[in-house]
Design a protein around this ligand. Structure first.
Ligand SMILES: [Zn+2]
Length: 241
């Protein structure tokens, strides 16, 4: 990607340009590495891109500072006092030694009972399993809610699948009537989960992200644009977990 710098209100804003054939609009986003990226067609001159970045400087500066202040969660060490996220809420891990191993939330804490407090691998396995089960439970619940809410529009028997995905929050397999959700949504607030579910369900009617697709999505999720942006900063903070 080409790298450039725009100056707006005494801020030097480094941005990257991603040239995409046939793209009609210019788009500015913050990617999963926390970089500002403008995507546009190969014909747009640099001055216009630069002006576009400057025009959107307020938004960009606030996005970048949000990411900085929220910070990236550290690699898990499975020690008491570490922060663990579930469904947009933060829990403080409390590690306890005990014969009957257990993981579960108690108020604002995530209790982890393990035979050997120093067994990192065992602790990781217990916590991973807890997250996996919670994701299954929560995703199934929200999926059922979303489909049932709009039964007349989505009358078929849709299936749900959960996967670890690198680059996307969700996808769908149209001929199998299956919605696939990224496991990492388990960390995010359920509003984001509902947004991704409705987004994928809309693909059963509209394959591409065109105006009719977004028209349909907006009927279900009026603030989908804000949610889409919010997911980007979630991704930056939690993608390594
Ligand atoms: Zn889509």
């Amino acid at each position: 990607m080409e790298q450039h710098v725009a100056t707006a209100k005494d801020n030097r804003l480094t941005y990257y340009v991603l040239r995409r054939k046939g793209m009609r609009n210019m788009r500015l986003r913050v990617n999963d590495k926390g970089q500002a990226v403008v995507s546009c067609s190969s014909r747009v001159p640099l001055e216009r891109i630069n002006a576009f970045v400057i025009k959107n400087a307020d938004w960009l500066i606030s996005e970048l500072s949000k990411i900085k202040s929220e910070g990236v969660l550290e690699e898990r060490k499975y020690l008491t006092c570490e922060k663990y996220l579930f469904a947009g809420k933060e829990y403080m891990l409390v590690v306890i030694e005990g014969e009957r191993e257990y993981v579960g939330t108690v108020g604002d804490n995530l209790a982890l009972v393990v035979k050997d407090k120093n067994d990192f691998e065992r602790k990781r396995k217990l916590v991973d399993n807890w997250y996996k089960n919670k994701a299954k439970e929560l995703f199934a619940e929200r999926f059922e809610y979303c489909v049932n809410n709009y039964r007349e529009i989505f009358p078929d028997n849709y299936k749900l699948s959960i996967r670890q995905m690198k680059a996307r929050w969700g996808t769908c397999i149209i001929n199998k009537k299956t919605v696939v959700l990224n496991f990492k949504l388990v960390y995010a607030d359920v509003r984001y989960l509902d947004y991704v579910i409705m987004h994928e369900l809309c693909h059963f009617y509209h394959k591409n992200h065109d105006a009719s697709f977004y028209g349909m999505l907006a009927r279900f999720i009026p603030d989908y644009k804000a949610l889409r942006k919010g997911l980007t900063s979630y991704y930056i903070r939690y993608s390594h977990l």
